[in-house]
Design a protein around this ligand. Structure first.
Ligand code: UDP
Length: 198
C-alpha cells in the first residue's frame, strides 16, 4: 500500500512525511522556484482551535502544508491507522530554513514576539548563521490590518517570512496579506522566537 502524502485529522490534512522529506521534496523546491507557500505548524492547539472557529479552520485549510508538530498529532494518526513517520517541529523546520537561506542567499524577515525577544532572536539567528541575510524584523504587537507592517515586510523583499504572533493571529495575518506578495514562504512559528532568543 502506498503511504498517503497527507493524513486528515479532524479534517486537517497533515503532511505525512519526515522532516527531511518535507523540506527536500516539498518546501525547498517551492523556495527554489520562488513559488509562494503558506506553512502551518500543526500542533494539537491549532486543531482544537479549528474545531471551535470555522473561519480559522478555513484559513488553516488554505495553507499549502500543515506539518505534524506535537505528539498528540502522531497519536491521533496512529489511532486511525495512518501513522505519520515522525514529529516535525516548527522550531526545527525554522532552523533548517535559516540554514538553507544562509546557503542559498535567501532573505528572511522575522515578524513577531515582544520587541526585545524579536531583536534577540534576530541576533541569535545571525550568530548561528553568519552569512544569513536578514531582510528585516518587527515585534508582534500591532493590529492585524496595520498597513505599515505589511508595507515594511513587503518593502524588505523577503523570501521567507517567519510569523510569531501566536495562534490564531499568525495564521490570520498570513492569510490576510499573502495575496499582496509576489513571492515568499510564510510560516507561523508560535513561540519559536522565544526559544531561539533563549
Ligand atoms: N505574540 C505576539 N503578538 C501577540 C500575541 C503573541 O507577537 O499579539 C507572540 C508572543 O510574544 C510569543 C508568540 O507570539 O513570542 C507565541 O505566543 P503564545 O505562546 O502566547 O502563543 P501560542 O503558543 O498559543 O501560539
Amino acid at each position: 500500500i502506498d503511504s498517503k502524502d497527507f493524513v486528515k485529522i479532524m479534517d486537517i490534512p497533515f503532511l505525512n512525511k519526515t522532516k527531511k522529506d518535507a523540506l527536500n521534496h516539498y518546501i525547498f523546491p517551492r523556495l527554489n522556484k520562488q513559488q509562494k507557500c503558506f506553512i502551518v505548524t500543526g500542533n494539537p492547539e491549532i486543531v482544537m482551535k479549528t474545531r471551535e472557529d470555522p473561519t480559522y479552520k478555513q484559513i488553516v485549510l488554505s495553507a499549502d502544508y500543515v506539518i505534524p508538530d506535537g505528539a498528540g498529532i502522531l497519536l491521533a494518526a496512529k489511532h486511525i491507522k495512518e501513522p505519520i513517520p515522525e514529529r516535525v517541529s516548527g522550531l526545527d523546520v525554522m532552523m533548517d530554513l535559516l540554514s538553507f537561506a544562509e546557503v542559498q542567499g535567501l532573505r528572511c524577515f522575522f515578524l513577531g514576539a515582544k520587541d526585545y525577544v524579536n531583536e534577540k532572536a534576530v541576533l541569535e539567528a545571525e550568530r548561528k548563521y553568519p552569512n544569513l541575510k536578514i531582510a528585516g524584523h518587527h515585534h508582534g504587537y500591532f493590529e492585524l490590518e496595520d498597513p505599515a507592517i505589511v508595507k515594511k515586510v513587503k518593502d524588505s523583499n523577503p523570501d521567507i517570512i517567519f510569523v510569531a504572533l501566536g495562534l490564531p493571529r499568525q495564521e490570520e495575518w498570513i492569510s490576510k496579506h499573502i495575496d499582496e506578495f509576489s513571492k515568499g514562504l510564510f510560516m507561523g512559528v508560535g513561540g519559536s522566537f522565544d526559544v531561539l532568543a533563549g
